[in-house]
Design a protein around this ligand. Structure first.
Ligand SMILES: Cc1cc2nc3c(=O)[nH]c(=O)nc-3n(C[C@H](O)[C@H](O)[C@H](O)COP(=O)(O)O)c2cc1C
Length: 476
């Protein structure tokens, strides 16, 4: 393999990739005798996980979320319910305070689908959490792709794919006004003697009259450590990529080989440049699955044991909803034909170019999930991951769970020390907020980020622009 990008000492970032439900990405493994994900509705399950991850110096716990249910496969939810394919699933933000209370450094990337949120209520909830975590909060911005979600919240149907991103653009603009533009940095003075908690001259009403949202008044939350939480996104369609490379500070890239991911990482860094941002202003992650043990042989045995419990069919049911096409009536040898849908454009596109049969897709879902699988001793996996990073130009991985919490414990026990020995993983946390840990450049978004245009002039010496200028005008 030719190395496309090489930075020998680049330390690899890791998020644990999870969801507030039984089965996340690797479906069927909830039936494994040692799996404890059925405890997902107990606080202790999450506080134990957070402590485990912090011992392993993980950068973050990234919690996916979905509004709606997977009802495309076989035109119903029977398999979804039987196999617990992200149903039941609970609100991820409810977990953050408890996990923050038992950790000091771990970041929390929380997914919220903005399509069904009020920007004001959402911004207030996340600013409150950024306060309580002392600046360890991230937001994974998603716009949704399930028709079932639209029906559940009482809408006619899913909005058109590209329109969802236009709405997202305005949602973010309004959030920036709340988070960055309403309160000056030194508005809160807590002066008991003079009976002044907040200096009224330093709190400003924001005014927003847009296509999707209106809001007038002051934000209710004083500035938190980061003001805007660290922004994650996974857009991969042309519209999604434009959106993500303007706003995101961390992006998730789907892909099964390092070479395919390499072309994406290059494209993303170029697009970031075209928006006036540094190519390194976005940390790039790919989802992976790892099965590891003391030796290569034992890891292979563990894989075979896990395979007995995994459900490729449940993986295909999940996949059906991702592409908005029912794959439930295909035979193994049938090729999956491309059909334009309103779901995840980028996942669906592959069927345009390649002849992929159902059997091919099932083979990719041997552990019930779709992410690249690494199997071996700690040394073997560490070596493979380093190679993957160096070829792909990624910054890190989102590590999916298999048997919970065993798979994360195994990773920390076997793989992390091997990465550390090779100088490719930190040996201690840096101090500071999640953003500062990731970029070593302070708690707030940099001036090259679009949020900069919405800051109070006095909180931001360099800007002459008022918080009323819209992103749409600015980008025109
Ligand atoms: C690693 C990763 C995690 C994702 N997590 C979620 C999620 O939790 N909830 C969700 O609705 N979509 C999630 N998505 C899907 C994205 O929001 C988005 O729809 C997808 O990446 C395709 O983007 P596109 O609409 O531009 O094609 C995720 C995608 C990736 C690659």
């Amino acid at each position: 393999m030719t190395k496309i990008q090489s930075s020998p000492q680049k330390q690899i970032l890791f998020n644990a990739f999870d969801m507030n439900c039984v089965g996340h990405i690797n479906h069927g493994l909830w039936t494994h005798p040692r799996d404890q994900s059925y405890r997902f509705n107990e606080l202790s399950y999450w506080t134990e996980l957070a402590q485990t991850l912090e011992k392993g110096l993980f950068d973050g716990l990234f919690i996916a979320d979905i509004t709606g249910v997977y009802d495309v496969y076989q035109n119903g939810i029977d398999l979804t319910l039987k196999e617990s394919i992200q149903l039941p699933s609970h609100d991820p933000s409810t977990l953050v305070s408890a996990m923050a209370a038992v950790t000091q450094h771990l970041g929390f990337g929380i997914t919220v689908n903005l399509s069904y949120e009020s920007p004001y209520q959402f911004a207030r909830r996340f600013a409150s959490l950024d306060h309580l975590t002392q600046g360890r909060l991230g937001w994974n911005i998603v716009t949704g792709y399930l028709d079932s979600a639209a029906r559940l919240v009482g809408q006619q149907g899913l909005k058109d794919h590209d329109l969802r991103y236009e709405q997202a653009e305005e949602f973010l603009e309004l959030c920036y006004k709340f988070w960055e533009g309403s309160w000056e940095n030194d508005a809160v003075i807590q002066d008991k003697l003079n009976r002044i908690f907040t200096d009224p001259s330093k709190v400003h009403a924001i005014h927003h009259q847009g296509e999707f949202y209106n809001s007038h008044g002051v934000f209710q939350v004083s500035p938190s450590v980061q003001r805007t939480p660290v922004l994650y996104q996974a857009g991969a369609s042309p519209k999604g990529l434009q959106f993500a490379t303007r706003h995101a500070e961390a992006m998730f890239i789907g892909g099964d080989t390092a070479e395919k991911i390499a072309s994406q990482t290059q494209k993303i860094r170029q697009l970031a440049h075209s928006h006036g941002r540094d190519g390194t202003a976005i940390k790039l992650f790919a989802g992976i699955t790892v099965v590891t043990a003391e030796t290569d042989q034992q890891a292979q045995e563990k894989l075979q044991e896990y395979i007995r419990y995994a459900s490729p069919e449940a993986g295909i049911a999940h996949f059906s909803s991702s592409i908005g096409t029912d794959l439930g009536h295909l035979k193994d040898e049938d090729a999956i034909l491309y059909k334009k849908t309103n779901s995840i454009v980028s996942v669906n596109e592959r069927f345009k170019e390649n002849k992929v049969t159902l059997a091919d897709l099932k083979a990719q879902h041997v552990l019930g999930g779709r992410y690249p699988l690494f199997v071996g001793s700690g040394a073997t996996v560490a070596q493979q991951l380093i190679e993957f990073i160096d070829i792909s130009g990624l910054d890190g991985f989102n590590l999916a769970r298999t048997v919970a919490p065993e798979s994360h414990q195994d990773f920390i026990r076997y793989v992390i020390p091997e990465l550390q020995q090779r100088g490719r993983y930190k040996t201690a946390y840096a101090e500071g907020s999640l953003r500062h840990k990731l970029f070593n450049a302070g708690d707030h978004l940099p001036h090259s980020h679009p949020a900069h245009h919405f800051r109070c002039p006095s909180s931001n010496q360099d800007t002459q622009q008022s918080n009323l200028i819209s992103i749409h005008q600015h980008s025109a």
